[in-house]
Design a protein around this ligand. Structure first.
Ligand SMILES: [Fe+2]
Ligand SMILES: [Fe+2]
Length: 287
């Protein structure tokens, strides 16, 4: 009972207790939600933050993106990587650095978790490209942030979460089931609450909240939730990073609903395995 109360308190007084994000995220979210905003508005905001700008330039020139010519300005990076993906990267990096420093690595290896997150974002993008051409960028951020609830558990409930992780491993039970038993909510729901407190838009918040239960996601965002649920499982199958979940969920149902053949799925997993060193480089560049 005590633990449920603690979680309720944490969420209720979220403004004071949950990690707060840098101002750049609020400004970028404004641009993301404003249809009349231009690439220049985005470039202006990013350029004010030297650390983020440098990371974006290094990423734009990394093997992960694999562009043949040298990218030497944020404007150029925005044009070739894409407006939405730059927004995703900037928010992802800010959330990442806010939480990364705080996560106690001894409970859940944060490098493994973020490798899983980057892998999941990459696969989600591949899935979108195969299923909804032309709409790949936004989903990357949902993939990158889908498991942030786990970081919150490790920061605020380290001992309880250590037990949850050990129990799940020992009994080979999906991690989110064990979390729900102990905390009354799982990391996906917690990610949703956190994103709500950060005023993230629904297209980011809902796919993350429902990534272990896409069938229950509100219809408008169900497609995205299915993509993240599938990406999560394919990333585990490819062995990129580790998210503390000992069970790989069966997702044939979801891949078929998304119109992917079993061969498509195999190809995606194979491509992801081949991308390991690029994902490692990506991780090095954003931390
Ligand atoms: Fe998850
Ligand atoms: Fe995950």
């Amino acid at each position: 009972m005590e633990i449920h109360q603690k979680i309720t308190d944490l969420i209720r007084s979220k403004r004071t207790q949950l990690p707060t994000l840098p101002v750049i995220v609020t400004n970028i979210l404004k641009v993301a939600g404003d249809e009349s905003a231009s690439a220049k508005d985005l470039v202006d905001i990013i350029s004010k933050d030297k650390a983020i700008s440098n990371k974006i330039l290094r990423l734009a020139n990394s093997a992960y993106y694999g562009f043949s010519k040298n990218v030497d300005s944020i404007f150029q990076a925005t044009v070739i990587i894409g407006f939405d993906e730059i927004i995703g990267l900037t928010i992802g990096m800010s959330v990442f650095s806010t939480l990364h420093e705080k996560g106690p690595h001894s409970i859940l290896d944060m490098q493994d978790l973020w490798m899983h997150a980057i892998g999941c974002g990459s696969v989600a993008k591949k899935i979108v490209k195969k299923t909804v051409p032309g709409a790949a960028e936004q989903i990357f951020m949902a993939g990158l942030l889908h498991d942030i609830g786990k970081v919150i558990f490790t920061i605020y409930f380290p001992e309880e979460y250590r037990t949850v992780l050990e129990d799940a491993k020992e009994s080979q039970t999906p991690l989110h089931h064990k979390e729900k038993e102990t905390f009354g909510l799982d990391h996906a729901m917690l990610a949703g609450l956190l994103m709500e407190s950060w005023k993230f838009p629904d297209d980011l918040l809902l796919p993350s909240s429902f990534h272990h239960n896409s069938a229950a996601c509100p219809p408008n965002y169900q497609h995205h939730a299915m993509i993240i649920e599938l990406a999560n499982s394919l990333c585990q199958r490819a062995g990129i990073g580790y998210s503390g979940n000992p069970v790989i969920a069966r997702t044939e149902n979801i891949s078929h609903k998304l119109g992917l053949t079993d061969q498509d799925v195999k190809t995606i997993v194979k491509e992801l395995k081949e991308q390991r060193s690029e994902i490692e480089e990506f991780f090095e560049l954003i931390t």
